[in-house]
Each structure stands twice: as structure tokens, then as C-alpha cells.
Design a protein around this ligand. Structure first.
Ligand code: NDP
Length: 334
């Protein structure tokens, strides 16, 4: 049983020596529990936050423990009548070959025959796709004809948000890094306009957003923070709604700088709403059913960037921060 352990808290950008791959015995199920053979693990920006010893919505990963991750896999051994050996499940586990799970936590059965790949339960049908779904529909509450601005737009959450915005009749503007990603926004995800933030200073970014959204932005779906968000603030329509979903530009920063142009929120009477997908856990079946229908109808596309092997967990994880990932980043464990 190989396990990808956190052995030192990263200072800024994670280094390979912050982690260690160790082998141990395959666990046996505790009373009432089960052992899962992990097949795919989700690599998420949130894991970077869980590596810090900081107050958050979840406790930090203890040093010496495997890195916490959502996984899909097959029940390897069970002491629970609700979970049979061989059954597919997903849950909040860790980057390891075998995980011990106690039902009553997040473990739930999944149907691999209903999807193209079981990894889809980590992308379109998982927390990431549903972040786009509930974050946009329940928090921003889009109305047809409104302008939606999405940062981190070519990523897993961002691409879902933009496409759902189009389904709801919005004008959708995306911000992403590099010409290739901007092309994908227009050609693969149907955005109305795409802005490459790389190589643009504050004035150029403010101007590019103004050109793409001449009447201002009614909704911002924020995945990035930092200079990108600071430029967005100068393009808010009055009473704009800002869904604060993520701030990836800050996750590796030793000092969290915060937003410099907050006064624009006041000037434009805007609202910033913090969003956490965990608050919608009881509605996953409902959101998943709608996402599955849009996928089947060809209205929604979710790309996956599948990297291979637990031994590659570190370079795979770092793709999130260099922007190398093309779609939902997934690690194939076996
Ligand atoms: P993505 O697939 O979007 O991958 C991360 C992307 O972030 C990279 O590809 C890169 O794209 C961009 N990025 C990295 N560093 C920077 C930077 N310094 N400045 C600007 N962009 C950067 O990941 P996810 O879709 O999984 O996550 C997107 C966001 O959503 C994250 O902030 C995450 O924390 C958040 N999230 C929040 C949830 C919630 O419940 N609140 C749930 C799930 C995700 P590029 O090449 O365009 O720079």
C-alpha cells in the first residue's frame, strides 16, 4: 500500500521534499468500516490550503498523514452490510493505494456504467462540476441577457461555470492564461469573449474587460483573485454579484495580500458572496442529474487531464499552479 505523505508544511510553493512516498501493509476494515482500492484521485487547489497549519473550513492534514483527496475506487474488503466487495464508491480519502473508510462519512456508491469513465465522478459529476452548478445558479442567480465574467475560465470549475452561463442565456466572458486556453474558451466551451491575462498590466486588463463587457459585468465568478480580480473590480455593473469561489493566485503566496480595490465594491453597490460546495452536499444527486443530462445532450463538455501514477503525485499536483492542466486534474492510481 503506497501512500503519498505530507512530511513538511510547504513554505510558499510546495517542494517535492515536502512529501514522501511510503509503503505500508494493506489495511483491514475496522468494525463497521471498509477498505477501498483507489483507482482515481482528484487533485484540487484546495489541497494546498489543507497543507497549511491555518484556520479553515477543514482541519489541516496532520504531518505524516497521506494527502487528503477525493477518490473513486472499488471496495476491497468490507465489514459493513451496505457496501459489498467489488462495488464502486467515491469519498473523501487520501492519495494512497488503499483507504480505510467509515460509512457515515462522505463515502457513497457510484455507478461506473452510467459514465464514460469512473473519473467523471471527480469532474463533471463531482464536487468540481457541482461547484460551477450551485455556485452560479444558487448564488449568482443568472438572468438571461446578463454578462457573466469568469476567471480561471479554462479550468475545471471555470469551464463548467461558463457553459452553464451560456445555457442560461448570459453573455459569458472568460479570463485565462495564454492563447491556447483562450482559443478553447471560444471553440470548445462556447464563451462569447476570451481574455488572456498573461503579459497584461493592470490598465491593459481593465481595458480588455471593458472592451469585452462594455455595459459592465453583472456577475463575477472568481477563481483566481490577485491582479486579475483587482482589474475586474473596475468593470462591475451597479449591484453586481461576485461569487468568491477560489483565490488560487494566493495559495502559494507566503503573505496573503488581499484585494486592493475593495472600495469599488462599495462604489458599485456590489455583493461578494463566499461559496463552499460542501454546503450543497445534500443536493449532489439533484445537481448531478442535471449535469449528466446536459452532458448527454451535448450542451456541456468537461475535459479531464489524467496524470498517471501515485509516484507522479507531486509533478501532477503542481500542474494546477503552472497552469499546465487542460481540464479537471485527475491522478490515475491504478
Ligand atoms: P483549475 O482546473 O482551474 O486549475 C487551476 C488553474 O488556475 C490553472 O490551470 C491556471 O490556469 C490557474 N492559475 C494558477 N495559478 C494562477 C495565478 N497565479 N493567477 C491566475 N490563474 C492561476 O482548478 P479547479 O477548477 O479545480 O479550481 C479552480 C478554483 O476553484 C480554485 O481557486 C479552487 O480553489 C476553487 N474551488 C472552490 C471550491 C469551493 O467550494 N469554493 C470547490 C472547487 C474549487 P491559467 O493557465 O488560466 O492561469
Amino acid at each position: 500500500n503506497r501512500r503519498f505523505l505530507l512530511v513538511r508544511r510547504p513554505q510558499g510553493t510546495p517542494e517535492e521534499s515536502d512529501f514522501a512516498l511510503e509503503a505500508s501493509d494493506i489495511p483491514v476494515p475496522p468494525p463497521g468500516g471498509l477498505v477501498i482500492r483507489n483507482r482515481f484521485a482528484s487533485l484540487d487547489p484546495a489541497q494546498r490550503g489543507w497543507m497549511d497549519d491555518a484556520e479553515s473550513y477543514m482541519p489541516p492534514i496532520p504531518l505524516g498523514d497521506p494527502v487528503r483527496a477525493t477518490t473513486v475506487g472499488i471496495v476491497h474488503a468490507s465489514d459493513n452490510p451496505d457496501f459489498a466487495v467489488g462495488q464502486w464508491v467515491m469519498g473523501l480519502n487520501a492519495l494512497e493505494d488503499y483507504s480505510v473508510a467509515m460509512p457515515g462519512g462522505f463515502t457513497m456508491a457510484i455507478d461506473p456504467d452510467a459514465v464514460a469513465s469512473p473519473s467523471n465522478y471527480l469532474s463533471a459529476l463531482g464536487a468540481v462540476g457541482l461547484t460551477g452548478y450551485f455556485g452560479l445558479l444558487e448564488v449568482a442567480k443568472p438572468r438571461a441577457g446578463e454578462t457573466l465574467l469568469v476567471s480561471g475560465a479554462a479550468g475545471a470549475v471555470g469551464s463548467a461555470v461558463g457553459q452553464i452561463g451560456k445555457i442560461k442565456g448570459c453573455r459569458v466572458v472568460g479570463i485565462a492564461g495564454g492563447p491556447a486556453k483562450c482559443r478553447r474558451l471560444l471553440e470548445d466551451y462556447g464563451f462569447d469573449a476570451a481574455i488572456d491575462y498573461k503579459g497584461k498590466d493592470h490598465e491593459a486588463l481593465v481595458a480588455a474587460i471593458a472592451e469585452a463587457a462594455p455595459d459592465g459585468v453583472n456577475m463575477v465568478f472568481e477563481n483566481v483573485g490577485g491582479p486579475v480580480m483587482e482589474a475586474e473590480m473596475f468593470n462591475l455593473a451597479h449591484h453586481a454579484r461576485i461569487v468568491l469561489c477560489g483565490l488560487i493566485s494566493e495559495y502559494n503566496a507566503p503573505e496573503k495580500v488581499g484585494l486592493r480595490n475593495l472600495w469599488q465594491v462599495l462604489a458599485r453597490r456590489a455583493t461578494i458572496h463566499g461559496f463552499l460546495i460542501a454546503d450543497y452536499a445534500e443536493r449532489f444527486a439533484e445537481g448531478g442529474a442535471q449535469m449528466a443530462q446536459w452532458l448527454a445532450e451535448g450542451k456541456l463538455r468537461m475535459d479531464e487531464d489524467v496524470q498517471e501514477g501515485l509516484e507522479n503525485a507531486y509533478p501532477a499536483f503542481m500542474r494546477l499552479f503552472t497552469g499546465a492542466n487542460t481540464g479537471k486534474l485527475v491522478l490515475k492510481i491504478s
